[in-house]
Write a protein that binds this ligand. Sequence first.
Ligand code: AP5
Length: 209
Amino acid sequence: MLRIVFLGPPGAGKGTQAAEFAREHHIAHLSTGDLLRAAVSGGTPLGREAEGYMRAGRLVPDDLVLQILEERLRSPEAREGFILDGYPRNLAQAMELERLTPIDRVVWFDLPAEVLIARLGQRRVCPTCQTVYNLATHPPKVTGRCDEDGTELVQRSDDLPDAIETRLKVYTAQTEPLLSYYRDKGVLRPIDAGGTPAEVAQRLRAALV
Ligand code: AP5
């Protein structure tokens, strides 16, 4: 049973690594960002409430995120373990999580702001299957089209410069304090998130043994 949290600034590569690690270890990849984006594109009441916060790069209110996450944490897909990608993001969420489940490891993806900004500006995603690309480091085989299903790739609305700036500020103010919270609990494992995805994956495996 592996119960892992991925913590780190926007664009650090949490989603890229979580998808691969979860596949390899047959555990659930629970991304609150993906769950919220699905609610937005599905036009659910929760999605309609969350949309404005997300577009601006601000955190969605804690009670809304919890609603969406709690159900998935209790689902059969998470029975053998999970990676929480993007939750918790503030102290109140960390306390809430503690009420729901023990956590074995918290991996902190560390990367300088200039690299994050470059990665986010070049990110493109498939709106159908959510595959993530990067125009500089991981482009699709056919320009502008998803390798998996041929759908036209899009840029996330929060990957525009103003929203990126807000997301980085929100991360520093609200999420970074969680590092000392988890360090004090003895579960924090920092990794250098620079270099190729394969290099980061290797550091991740070493941090989780
Ligand atoms: P969310 O979707 O969680 O966004 P994020 O945390 O800002 O993280 P990102 O998805 O931007 O980055 P990532 O670290 O996953 O990087 P990726 O692997 O894609 O949240 C979005 C919004 O939802 C929030 O702003 C908020 O509004 C709301 N929300 C979500 N959770 C919430 C919560 N708990 N509470 C309240 N609100 C919440 O990689 C980035 C790019 O770099 C890609 O193009 C990728 O191909 C490329 N790349 C990845 N690794 C490498 C590498 N090693 N080398 C080169 N390029 C790389």
